[in-house]
Write a protein of this length. Sequence first.
Length: 284
Amino acid sequence: MERNVKTAQVLLETKSLLGEGILWNKHDQSLYWVDILQKHIHQYNLENNVSTFWELPGYVSKIVPLEEDGGRFLIAMQEGLAIWTKEDQDLSIVAPLDTCNGQIRTNDGGIDPAGNFWIGTMHMKALPNQGKLLCFRDGILETIIPAVTIPNGIVWSANGRFFYFIDTHTREIRRFTWDKTAGLSKAYHTLVRVPDKLGMPDGMCMGPDGHLWVAHWNGFGVYKWHIETGELLDRVHVNAPHVTSCCFGGPTGMDLFITTAREGLDDAQLEVYPDSGKVFHFKN
């Protein structure tokens, strides 16, 4: 596998402290992602190569489009889930969250096959089991898993039968059975336990090939894991240690886009890895 390692190239010269949650919005041919710690929402339009960002009043960890025109979004903020309108930056909380006096914030999220928004929460210092996995359904936030540490990688299989989830500190990619009516199974199968030498699993997306593509914090890359066997199939190298999230998009839907972080790196490490915090691209 190492003989076939690919290398991602820098797409944007950003300096995100904690770039996360990248997604492709086909309706406006744009990438969207957040910098959680700088409270930024970013957009990059691939058609005109224009990059824009907006600063919000609180930590923001996930953004998903609500309308086909790309103008309205559901975003996860520390204070709760909100509707954000890009044109006028109107922001309205639709589901408040208990931040425990600022100690809890949101992290990664995803949309299930029924159209419901799932979001994880965590302690600002990543204290064990202080977060939750929640589902926003019919205007109500429901607790699905009551104790998680660093919730990441929230995706479903193409057939909708399985839910894949990462609690980063466990180093595991877990598979649950899922059904629109019955919901999530209580038991899960550990599909992958990531070896220490490969870093820690962070954000995850479902690839066009039907396998799991996972950003590895302190792992210098995005790793492809077989969706059934958990076998390591491929790796895209990133010249930054803290790789945080990934998505597929572009005109063919085959290009891989990757966020990274500067958080957790000292000045000496940033001198060695100056591309940390930038957005990367691998043309498939």
